[in-house]
Design a binder for this molecule. Structure first.
Ligand SMILES: [Zn+2]
Length: 250
């Protein structure tokens, strides 16, 4: 029996938020727009102390990088990302999660991103490309082809949106087959055809089938990303059961 190494964690928008429905997990994804953050040594040291021993990752505060046409704003985004990479290094966050524009990247943007990937690697932070809401699968695959070192955070809710709202622009199985080698991180939540970031129990997308098509040995973290914590326990249970059953077949 092979042990599954994938860890389950929780995304938080407020590091110190307390809720009776919250489960204290060893794995946590924080966001740099968190009000407790602020790129200040004092704040970072408090976070470091409070989250000591946890396996951390960070979500960027930039939105879809390279959507802005203005050169100044593009440069601003690149520098925010660099600051976040350094904050990750300081806090010990292993991954930085970033969204890119919906369209294909231009040659100049690919060059800029390659530079950022090098910078990230130098600082021992894994720069991850998260698929957007209603993304186009062909554009994502194009960007990945141009950046062979770039790894993916596959968001199950955003994938559900792309499938149900028909923006994926290709067959789901084909997309999963082509993205499989790059997916090392999952955002777990459900889309019911109208609302997103619900519990996996409310997902209209067959998320287990999606995970079956990926390589679990490569997936380091499955991060639960819910707007409300009502379905947290159930979602956590379903993922635990999935990972357990996978252990037995292996
Ligand atoms: Zn996400």
């Amino acid at each position: 029996m092979k042990k599954v190494k994938t860890k389950i964690g929780l995304k938080t928008w407020d590091i110190f938020y307390e809720d009776p429905k919250k489960i204290d997990m060893d794995v946590s994804e924080i966001i740099s727009s968190d009000k407790n953050f602020g790129f200040k040594k004092k704040n970072l040291d408090i976070i470091k102390q409070k989250l000591k021993g946890k396996n951390l990752s960070m979500h960027t505060q930039t939105t879809m990088v390279f959507t802005y046409k203005e050169k100044t704003l593009q440069e601003m985004e690149i520098n925010i990302l660099k600051a976040e990479i350094l904050a990750c290094k300081y806090l010990g966050c292993k991954e930085l999660i970033v969204h890119l524009k919906q369209n294909k990247l231009t040659a100049q943007e690919i060059k800029l991103l390659s530079g950022l990937l090098k910078y990230s690697k130098k600082n021992k932070v894994e720069f991850l490309y998260e698929v957007n809401e209603n993304f186009n699968g062909k554009n994502v695959l194009y960007n990945l082809e141009k950046l062979p070192q770039l790894k993916v955070n596959l968001d199950l809710c955003h994938l559900g949106m792309a499938v149900m709202n028909k923006t994926l622009n290709m067959d789901l199985e084909e997309f999963l087959r082509k993205v499989r080698k790059r997916v090392i991180y999952i955002h777990a939540s459900g889309y019911d055809g109208e609302k997103g970031h619900l519990g996996l129990n409310k997902s209209k997308l067959d998320w287990k089938n999606v995970l079956n098509k990926l390589d679990l040995n490569k997936i380091k973290k499955i991060i639960i990303e819910l707007l409300k914590l009502d379905d947290l326990k159930e979602t956590n249970k379903q993922i635990e059961e999935y990972l357990k059953s996978h252990e037995q077949v292996n």
